[in-house]
Design a protein around this ligand. Structure first.
Ligand code: ANZ
Ligand code: ZN
Length: 833
């Protein structure tokens, strides 16, 4: 293979020169281009694609270095490796930049992509750039629009009203990031909740498979699986219907503690509950309370911490078993979005209900007592008794355990037609409408005659107009008549386009699949997807452990059910890399503790940057930035270069010799020992690669260089063979981490033209065999001699040999041996007095 590098070698390590030359070779030869090869095992390694914010930060460099190390090693292991890269290009920062700098989001984004692509190339990542995609490409998002229409036809997407953050001054919807401490980021007006119609994806239809398949994700960190499980939040409980007093209908509540049913003393509904809304129409106090709740934060943490407050509606419901009337309250701690938006309150056994009852002087009735100490019923004076136990004062359910009562109450309610068993999930359907400009248009049309009509397939993509000016308040699409006005695909009459755009999680949920066939203009995916998917290794930040990964898993199942992929899960293995810290804090612009990767590469080169990042911490742990660590990485590479330079002449000749393979049975002891050390180190490094603990691979490489430096080649061919072989293992071991330097050394030292395709070293088992071991002899704790013993020798043989050693004998003169301790393979310790 032709190479720009000649066989001559600079005495100095010059990273800039060799890295750029190497990158040009890779690029001109298209070495990272891959295609499907059914005869080879495929390996798809994917790192989470970046948002094109302007420049790479250190977190990106870490993420992409780890992915690249994995991809390159898999290639050396003989696999057909796909490693693509692209851009998560839609989103709010482009709009903000557009407002600030008066550049259209499309232009800003494209320029950032061009710059960041150069940065990635300079770091030497082995990407197949032919597959690059940006999610703002109409060729990309058209397929998302296409799929959305298929899902609409299947009933898997629907429209309903849902709350958004609303700025009453700017008259616009705000993204969560635009709400700063409850106020609008532009004008500081307090933000309100407003209900508007929005599109939803029925992720809840897939909730059970999304849960069940978590068990198949053996290659995922346990903590991520747990986070997903908690996010889905399955709970088994009972739905209870409380008939409304003096009216028809029932109030439905969801409870996980039906055993406490006989202890209910009031019921409470969320401020947005229809019953609360109805009561507010005739009662100003209730209306005012509901109004106050509008500006309340809805995060779980905020709910937990806030003061529990409410108002009595004056309405009553009937207890389903006793028929007793119970007051109906509106309370700020009841969430509209969970269960039925209503709770049966059991102040004796639920702490929130207990606090609320104390505050408003509501009745507290104990119905569960501890199984072992049933007399301790009074303990609800201090707080609620929330554990399970035995039922008391519970009519037909008295004396049952909580477990037995669960079934008995569920069955009883079921037989009365007033409820029954129910499973509830925390996970809601996925709202995908965003009232923003820089996103993929939602392909729907509203016609006065035909209602909601999807855009016809032949009219896809619905392109986002990019000649817009952003004034900062509303999305320009809302006023852009050329975009909005459209003929109805059904009747041809005047109609209007949907002006909302998709949540950007829509694009990032399926890019992994599109990389298999990014050039297909006829279909979303094709047979190539079946070859490459699932992704064998996904690498990214743990901050995406919940939403992105859940949506991508959901999308994968949608694609499967559309017949586009066959796998159930998108990512076989997941590596979540730790954060990059400086002075103990996460690197961030706001803290002013960032290190610019570009400056690092300019000063030391990409290999040093990569080596430091890999060496400084295990991949899943946080990494503390250290300038001296970077220096150390650079020094090591210089040392390796210098050693290679010293040995280059004989290595070139030796590697070019015609004799063929070395006959390793002819090694002498010194040579065997050198070779053994090399392989011992490699064995550990190889294992560390397999468990992705790359930091210790680097320490192994450092150790191996030290070993090779101790075995300088002489005129003996066998001496040379040991060093030449060791060097070839060392270079290959380092190749995935520092690909440029190893590429050059591999070639100039005469090992071959393309390190990229060099085979991964094989463990030579015979090299590890130890025939005899050298033991240290200590007399009363001091080293007095050394002996060679066969590895097969037993303890008493070793003892005899040690006591016969000249050095030991000299120091034992006149003493009596009291004890001999043998540490196999290491030492014999003689205690004498
Ligand atoms: C009565 C009860 C008695 C409850 C008791 C708990 C202890 P998980 O496990 O998260 O599913 N709940 C139900 N809907 C609610 C809503 N919309 N907003 C706030 N709280 C709601 O929680 C289920 C429990 O959370 C339910 O069980 C209900 O309180 C409350 F000793 O019902 B429980
Ligand atoms: Zn129409």
């Amino acid at each position: 293979m032709f190479s720009k590098l000649s066989m001559s070698m600079d005495s100095q390590y010059n990273p800039q020169a060799i890295e750029i030359a190497t990158q040009e070779t890779w690029e001109s030869e298209g070495m990272f281009r891959v295609s499907e090869d059914p005869d080879r095992e495929k390996y798809y390694c994917l790192s989470m694609f970046p948002y094109p914010s302007g420049q790479l930060h250190m977190g990106h460099v870490r993420n992409y270095t780890l992915g690249d190390v994995i991809a390159r090693q898999q290639r050396m292991l003989g696999k057909n490796v796909l490693q693509p890269m692209g851009w998560d290009a839609f989103g709010l920062p482009a709009e903000n930049a557009a407002i600030k700098n008066k550049v259209p989001p499309a232009k800003w984004t494209r320029e950032n992509i061009d710059y960041m692509r150069c940065q990635l190339k300079r770091l030497g990542f082995a990407y197949d750039w032919d597959r690059e995609l940006a999610t703002c490409d109409p060729d990309y998002y058209r397929w998302e629009q296409w799929l959305f229409i298929r899902l609409y036809e299947k009933g898997l997407v629907y429209k309903k009203t849902a709350p958004v953050n609303w700025c009453p001054n700017d008259m616009t919807v705000l993204a969560n990031e635009q709400v700063i401490e409850g106020c609008c980021w532009r004008c500081d007006t307090p933000v309100e909740r407003k209900d508007i119609p929005q599109w939803f994806m029925k992720i809840t239809d897939y909730i059970e498979p999304l849960l069940a398949d978590l068990d198949t994700l053996e290659g995922w960190p346990e903590k991520v699986v747990t986070m997903q499980r908690n996010w889905i939040g399955r709970s088994e409980g009972v739905e209870v219907h409380f008939p409304l007093d003096g009216g028809d209908g029932v109030l439905k509540v969801f409870t996980t503690r039906p055993d406490t049913l006989m202890g209910v003393t009031y019921v409470a509904v969320a401020p947005q509950h229809p019953l609360a809304q109805k009561a507010a129409q005739t009662d100003g106090q209730i209306a005012a309370f509901i109004d106050e709740c509008k500006t309340m934060e809805t995060s779980e943490a905020a709910m937990e911490a806030m003061e529990k407050r409410g108002v009595n509606t004056g309405l009553k419901v009937r207890h389903p078993v006793t028929g007793e009337p119970l007051p109906l309250w509106v309370a700020n701690f009841v969430l509209m979005a969970y269960g039925e938006g209503a709770v049966m309150a059991v102040p004796a056994h639920d702490q929130r209900d207990w606090e609320f009852a104390h505050k408003y002087a509501l009745a507290i009735k104990v119905v569960v007592v501890p199984t072992d100490t049933p007399a301790q019923a009074h303990l609800v004076d201090e707080s609620a008794y929330t554990d399970k136990g035995v039922l008391v004062d519970s009519g037909p359910f008295s004396d049952l355990t909580s477990g037995q009562a669960f079934s008995a109450v569920a069955d009883k309610l079921h037989s009365m037609g007033l409820g029954g068993r129910q499973v509830n999930y925390r996970l809601r359907d996925w709202g995908v409408s965003r009232q923003r400009y820089w996103g993929a248009p939602i392909p729907m049309i509203y016609c006065k005659t035909c209602g909601t009509v999807p855009v016809a397939d032949e009219d896809l993509p619905v392109r986002l107009p990019d000649d817009v000016s952003l004034d900062g308040a509303q999305s320009p699409l809302k006023q852009l008549d050329t975009f909005r006005s459209v003929a109805c695909p059904k009747c041809g009459g005047d109609a209007e386009r949907e002006t909302d755009t998709f949540d950007t999680f829509m694009e990032s949920s399926w890019y992994f699949a599109r990389y298999s066939c990014p050039d297909n203009d006829e279909a979303m995916l094709d047979a190539r997807a079946q070859y490459w998917l699932p992704v064998d290794q996904y690498v990214g930040g743990v901050e995406h452990a919940i939403l992105h990964l859940l949506y991508a898993r959901f999308y994968n199942k949608l694609l499967r059910d559309e017949g586009l992929v066959v796998n159930n899960e998108p990512f076989t293995k997941l590596l979540t890399q730790g954060m990059v810290l400086k002075d103990g804090a996460k690197m961030s612009k706001s803290k002013g503790n960032t290190v610019d990767p570009q400056a690092l590469v300019d000063q030391y080169g990409a290999d040093t940057a990569r080596l430091f990042i890999v060496f400084a911490a295990p991949p899943d742990q946080s990494l503390e930035w250290s300038d001296s660590g970077v220096e150390g990485a650079y020094r090591f590479l210089k040392k390796l270069w210098a050693f290679a330079y010293q040995q280059r002449e004989w290595l070139q000749v030796f590697n070019a010799r015609a004799e063929g393979a070395t006959d390793w049975t002819q090694v002498n002891e010194t040579q065997a020992s050198g070779r053994r050390q090399v392989y011992q180190i490699f064995k550990q490094a190889d294992f560390d690669y397999s468990r992705q603990q790359f930091n210790t691979v680097v320490s192994a490489a450092m150790k191996m260089l030290t070993v090779l430096q101790r075995y300088p080649a002489t005129d003996s061919d066998m001496d040379k063979a040991v060093v030449a072989e060791g060097m070839s293992i060392l270079l290959r071991m380092l190749a995935p981490i520092t690909p440029h330097l190893t590429h050059v050394l591999w070639e100039v030292l005469g090992y071959g033209a393309a390190m990229l395709n060099a085979p991964w070293p094989q463990l030579a088992a015979e090299a590890l065999v130890v025939d005899s071991a050298e033991l240290v002899i200590q007399v009363n704790g001091k080293v007095r001699g050394r002996i060679k013993v066969p590895t097969t020798a037993d303890k008493s043989q070793v003892e005899t040999l040690a006591l016969a050693d000249e050095g030991a004998k000299r120091h034992l003169q006149g003493l009596t041996v009291k004890k001999v301790i043998v540490v196999p393979g290491r030492l014999v310790s003689i205690v004498a007095a």
